[in-house]
Design a protein around this ligand. Sequence first.
Ligand code: NCD
Length: 308
Amino acid sequence: MTRLFNIIEAQQFSPEVMAEIFAVAREMEQVVQHYGSNILNRRIMATLFYEPSTRTRLSFESAMRRLGGEVLTTESAQEFSSAAKGETLEDTIRVIAGYADVVVLRHFEGGASERASAVADVPIINAGDGAGQHPTQALLDMYTIEREIGRLSDISVAMVGDLANGRTVRSLCYLLSKYQGNKVYFVAPEIVRMKEDIKSYLSGHGICHEEVDNLYDVAPEVDVIYQTRIQRERFDNVADYEAARGKYVIDRKLLDCLSAEAVVMHPLPRVDEIDAAAVDDDPRAAYFRQAHNGLYVRMALLKMLLAG
Ligand code: NCD
């Protein structure tokens, strides 16, 4: 088994390592059915979250417990940890690294996990760093694509919504670029278009990408619609937010344009960008299965970081 250390950015994963993670995640589906295992007996994971989270923090904590490990947790770390007293991230990490065998960090600044890993002697897992990356989300997204569509190459994905502030789409682009024949359509309101660094990375890796204004132009040909929330908290003023929201909504009309085999994904939380009443019961709505897959993928990651 490949031993993982820090999980900082999506680019670090090769297709071989991803295949291994996904194979372990499949085993974890069985482990959960049999009420867990004890392979991480007495290992301790600390979750240090400076930004809100439901799925990421709780799925990591559930993953650790399902494998027999223990959890130390600080939510709202900005308010309730010593950051409120002016402690630097580096100092906080140095101390927590002495209490835990792995630290899962969510922070509001891009590059925070990288900084943390420079001072920690235990693995750091990036659970979202500002508008930077969210590599474990991208891994569970790829796992979901493989489970739903049956392959990871020759996939056509429309990424929709807040592509400037969304870290999940950025990490997902890096992972899609590891496989042949993938194509990405960026469908975003003008003020939140995908940033140049990702577009040039995709071009440099031979991945076709195109900015599209009308989602209906590409809906019939895509395998995956990856819808995202307009990230209100990252806007400087309400007017810009109001201009961006509501432009692209997945509803019955859009579903009717998708192929029967396509899936609708979303990292969640959603606000108003999916018409829940019209879409949730459609078999192509994959977002709750996707969130559920997060547990298995995070169990696999913890096993590959800590077991043995
Ligand atoms: C996302 C995040 O925090 O980046 N949520 C998640 O982890 N599933 C997306 C979001 O906040 O909109």
